[in-house]
Design a protein around this ligand. Structure first.
Ligand SMILES: C[S@@+](CC[C@H](N)C(=O)[O-])C[C@H]1O[C@@H](n2cnc3c(N)ncnc32)[C@H](O)[C@@H]1O
Length: 164
C-alpha cells in the first residue's frame, strides 16, 4: 500500500512539476497534428524540432511523412513512452530527455510547440538567438508570439517564419 502511494505521488509529481518549466501534458489532437505538419510543409529529409514532445504523437506523424525529428521531453514517463513508441522510426526520430530551455537545439527547418502564453516571448527570443541566419518555420498550437504577425492561422495553429 505504501509503495503504491509512493508510486502515485511520484507520477503526480512528474506530470505536475513540469509547469515550472513549460506547459503541462496535453496532447495535440490528431486532426491538428496533421494540419500542423501541413502548415510547416517540410519535405522528406528536412528536420523538425518539437519542444515538449509529450507522448511522441507529432514525432510519429512526421516520421510517416519522411521528416526527421528531434523531440525534447522533460517528463521521464512520457520520455520513455515516446522513446518506445518511436523506436521503429529510430532512423528518423530522436527523443531526448531533458529541459529544452537548457539543451542545444539542433539545426532544424521547422519547430512545433504547444506551450503556454507565458513562455511565448521567451520562445521568440530564443529562436532569434539560436538561429540568427537560418530560415525557420514555427507552428504554435493555441498560443501566439506577442508582437509577431503570423503568416497563417488554421484550426488554432499559428505559422510564423523566422529569418530570410
Ligand atoms: C502541452 S504538452 C504538448 C505535447 C506535444 N507537443 C503535443 O502537442 O502533443 C507539453 C509537453 O511539454 C513537456 N514540457 C514542458 N516543459 C518542458 C521543458 N522545459 N522541457 C521539455 N519538455 C517540457 C510536458 O511534459 C508536456 O509533455
Amino acid at each position: 500500500m505504501t509503495l503504491l502511494l509512493i508510486l502515485i505521488v511520484n507520477v503526480v509529481l512528474m506530470f505536475g512539476l513540469v509547469v515550472f518549466f513549460g506547459a503541462p501534458y496535453l496532447p495535440t489532437f490528431n486532426k491538428q497534428t496533421e494540419t500542423a505538419l501541413d502548415l510547416l510543409a517540410l519535405a522528406p529529409g528536412h528536420t523538425l524540432l518539437e519542444l515538449g514532445s509529450g507522448d511522441g504523437k507529432v514525432l510519429v506523424a512526421s516520421a510517416k511523412r519522411g521528416i526527421k525529428s528531434v523531440g525534447y521531453e522533460l517528463n521521464p514517463i512520457l520520455f520513455i513512452y515516446s522513446w518506445l513508441r518511436t523506436r521503429k522510426y529510430s532512423g528518423l526520430v530522436k527523443v531526448v530527455w531533458g529541459n529544452y530551455w537548457h539543451k542545444e537545439w539542433p539545426v532544424t527547418d521547422g519547430i512545433y510547440v504547444f506551450l503556454l502564453d507565458k513562455y511565448m516571448k521567451k520562445l521568440d527570443k530564443t529562436i532569434v538567438q539560436k538561429y540568427p541566419s537560418k530560415s525557420i518555420k514555427l507552428v504554435s498550437f493555441a498560443f501566439k508570439i506577442p508582437g509577431k504577425k503570423s503568416v497563417k492561422t488554421k484550426q488554432g495553429l499559428h505559422l510564423y517564419i523566422y529569418g530570410n
